[in-house]
Write a protein that binds this ligand. Structure first.
Ligand code: GLU
Length: 306
């Protein structure tokens, strides 16, 4: 794993600041734990700090009981954030909880609105699909509302026009990447028709405002990166974060685990009597981060990567 560390230091000449950013839409599972092991392990191996950010931008799907469970699970595992502490979340509003951070998104949107790149959109998924057959894995917006001059506010969605240019970045796990967001997803949605900030917008604003310079996340989010770099450029960021997309745990059929899926929550392992070391070891082994037979505890995470 030493090459991962070298890949980051070759691109980052400052103390790393990364984030663990779960959405409280369910309980933490082994997939989250693999991400936490990589985030804490790699960041601390480099002498950096980890922010805990709770990404509850989608108000319809997030629940306070899931937030409480995430905080409890992290404490039980001994995975304590350096910034955005468990105590700060329990105490009330904090800028590291997206629901409390509306002023930052309002101000970033105002900045983009001033550039003429933002427009209102009343298309639903259904109307977009009805207009054009889709060739990508994800929905690609065709720019239908660009010149319709709809107000960019609820009940309309708010989109940003994207130039058709390729974005290059050097992923610290997977090597050089090129993505063209205009062809992947088309003009990007910043706020949906119900007033929810979208994942891409909220995460890009937060990474910029919070000084995050190292993003460590699962490879299921690899396709998001080009558009987040483009969005951050529009917001005036000159030095995008270094990105690392690590492998996911898969089931024997090769499907990724997800909290909506079939896998067990971390708290289920705990209820069955497993120790934090046993759960950390299981996650690290299933993701191929440590060899069979090796056991790890929370203090040994930097040692996996150093
Ligand atoms: N909130 C996202 C999730 O739970 C992670 C976002 C990110 O790391 O950029 O999958």
């Amino acid at each position: 794993m030493r090459d991962v560390i070298e890949g980051i230091t070759a691109q980052l000449d400052r103390v790393p600041l990364s984030r663990f950013a779960p959405s409280p839409t369910g309980y933490l599972h082994l997939g989250h734990l693999v991400n936490a092991i990589c985030t804490w392990g790699i960041t601390h191996a480099l002498g950096g700090k980890v922010i805990l950010r709770l990404e509850d931008h989608d108000r319809g799907r997030c629940r306070p009981e899931y937030e409480a469970a995430i905080l409890e699970d992290l404490e039980w595992l001994g995975l304590l954030p350096d910034i955005g502490t468990v105590e700060a979340f329990r105490a009330g509003a904090t800028r590291y909880r997206q629901r409390d951070n509306a002023a930052a998104y309002d101000s970033a949107l105002a900045q983009l609105m001033a550039t003429d790149h933002v427009y209102g959109c009343d298309c639903s998924r259904k109307t977009i699909l009805a207009r054009a057959p889709q060739t990508n894995d994800e929905l690609c917006y065709d720019g239908f509302c660009r010149d319709r001059a709809l107000p960019a506010e609820v009940p309309h969605g708010t989109r940003m026009w994207l130039p058709s240019k390729p974005i290059h970045f050097d992923d610290a796990w997977r090597g050089p990447q090129t993505q063209t967001p205009a062809e992947q997803c088309g003009d990007i949605l910043l706020r949906d028709r119900h007033g929810n900030w979208t994942y891409h917008f909220a995460v890009t604003v937060d990474d910029l405002d919070q000084g995050v310079n190292l993003v460590i996340r699962g490879e299921d989010l690899l396709a998001s990166t080009g558009r987040q770099i483009l969005l951050s450029e529009r917001l005036g960021r000159v030095d995008p974060p270094v990105y690392l997309h690590h492998p996911l745990i898969t089931d024997p059929a090769g499907r990724k685990l997800s909290k909506r899926d079939f896998d067990k929550a971390l708290r289920d392992y705990r209820a069955e009597g497993a120790s934090p070391e046993e759960v950390l070891t299981l996650a690290a082994q299933q993701a191929g981060l440590i060899e069979a037979g090796r056991r790890i505890d929370v203090g040994e995470l930097p040692g996996i990567f150093a």
